[in-house]
Design a protein around this ligand. Structure first.
Ligand SMILES: [Zn+2]
Length: 444
């Protein structure tokens, strides 16, 4: 089982993670072993297991929260969102829960953070699911891992530092991606002998572009790359695989909703861990999910705001967990003009997909103008046909392109393909021009 890693490495790995579980009072390693076995059970058997968990959860919620006591059953529970949860937070706690309570923060729909809580079981699932996605990429417990991410993934504080030291994680900040830093990151990943690279898709992609452009060839020992938190386009995946010479996988999660999903070797959809979450896809594609493992704080039938499509047939890999065919993106990844016309960020993904010169893009818009920031191998990139296509779908005073300037980071450091901002000129650091300033005055 230990392969080219020694039995000693495998023992040390188990010991390291055993210690983390002990300190954190979680049981991620045992759960990982369960999930590794469960993932290959037939779909019907997994559905039965999930139904049993759902019945248990429903009884718990009805008994512990006055908000839900009056409902006949789970199907009668309303679909809730962040605003509802924020307004009823006190009634969503399980007062009978005696374990460790973990405070969590995630991006809110209008930019303000949404605060929720989880318990030991949900935390265990969170980590077991991450480890499961790494296992598909060839990772073995205890091996060195490189993280390229921001604080949302790292966490901060001394406890996190201890966990990451135990996990053998080497951290590289996604906030500082200057050329000098990217050189150092590539060298650092090789020097530490990291076997897995994990982090934000956009940050890993940026590092890969840098490696390819400068023909860097540090002696990497990677087995695989796992991207998370953001959409990984086929072009991004190809660039990453070219740079690191190993397969690149994607992972999809929505922790407040208990959603953890991972790509298998086929890399044609995300296997959803149905023992953690009960999911329902609405007619419009919205993913509504219930974290069955969160027995500390209840968010039943919680609208993730993500749009997904499910695969009809089971995955040929033999895993029985349901397969999310595509994650179309956040419902708020929409570009809306002042006349109410709206297109999804997918419109732009499709627009640029066939153009091999374009390595990445970001759409920024305000009430009057739309700017597409493109990373393009051809600095003389002729954008007129694209501007016409966009102009035919959306009404803006100006539609223009900005070639090879840095993307604008969102407040949590994640790359967003589409961002509505108060002023595009200001977001791009161009200063407000006369037109924008004047229109602002008129509005005021
Ligand atoms: Zn599969």
């Amino acid at each position: 089982m230990a392969g080219d890693g020694s039995i000693l490495q495998s023992l040390v790995g188990r010991l390291r993670f055993g210690l983390i579980d002990l300190v954190r009072r979680t049981n991620s390693v045992a759960l990982l072993r369960d999930l590794e076995r469960l993932q290959f059970e037939p779909p019907e058997r997994l559905r039965q297991r999930q139904q049993a968990l759902l019945r248990e959860y429903t009884a718990l919620v009805k008994g512990a929260s006055p908000l839900y006591a009056g409902y006949a059953g789970f199907d009668a529970f309303p679909i809730i969102d962040k605003a509802y949860a924020g307004a009823h937070r006190e009634q969503l706690f399980n007062r009978a829960y005696k374990g460790k309570l973990v405070r969590k923060k995630t991006g809110g729909s209008t930019g303000e953070p949404f605060v929720y809580y989880t318990g030991v079981k949900a935390q265990s699932y969170l980590w077991a699911a991450i480890l499961l996605s790494w296992r598909v990429a060839g990772y073995r417990l205890g091996e060195p891992v490189a993280f390229v991410a921001g604080t949302a993934l790292f966490g901060t504080g001394y406890k996190q530092k201890i966990y990451y030291a135990l996990m053998n994680v080497h951290m590289f900040s996604a906030f500082d991606m200057s050329a000098a830093k990217l050189d150092a990151y590539a060298a650092g990943i090789a020097k530490a002998g990291c076997r897995l690279l994990y982090g934000y898709a956009s940050a890993i992609h940026q590092l890969a572009l840098h490696i390819n452009e400068h023909a860097l060839a540090p002696p990497f020992r990677l087995r695989g790359v796992v991207c998370t938190a953001e959409v990984l386009t086929p072009a991004m995946r190809a660039t990453i695989e070219q740079a690191f010479k190993v397969p690149c996988f994607s992972q999809y999660g929505c922790n407040d909703a208990g959603v953890s999903a991972y790509e298998c070797e086929r890399r044609d959809g995300f296997h959803l861990i149905s023992q953690r979450a009960y999911t329902e896809v609405q007619d419009d594609g919205r993913l509504v999910s219930t974290d069955l493992s969160n027995d500390a704080f209840f968010l039943p039938r919680y609208d993730t705001g993500d749009l997904v499509t499910m695969a009809e047939a089971p995955c040929p890999c033999g895993r029985g967990f349901p397969l999310i065919k595509t994650v179309v993106g956040r419902a708020n990844d929409l570009v809306q003009d002042r006349n109410g016309n709206a297109v999804h960020s997918e419109f732009f993904t499709h627009l640029f997909r066939e153009d091999s010169r374009i390595n990445g893009f970001q759409v920024l818009y305000d009430a009057r103008q739309l700017v597409v920031v493109v990373q393009c191998a051809d600095p003389a990139f002729a954008h007129e046909p694209y501007a016409q296509r966009i102009g035919a779908a959306l009404v803006f005073d100006t539609v223009r392109f900005s070639v090879n300037r840095p993307f604008v980071a969102s407040t949590n450091g994640k790359h967003r393909f589409v961002m509505r901002v108060d002023s595009v000129a200001e977001a791009l650091g161009e200063g407000r021009d006369g037109v924008v300033a004047a229109s602002k005055l008129l509005v005021c």
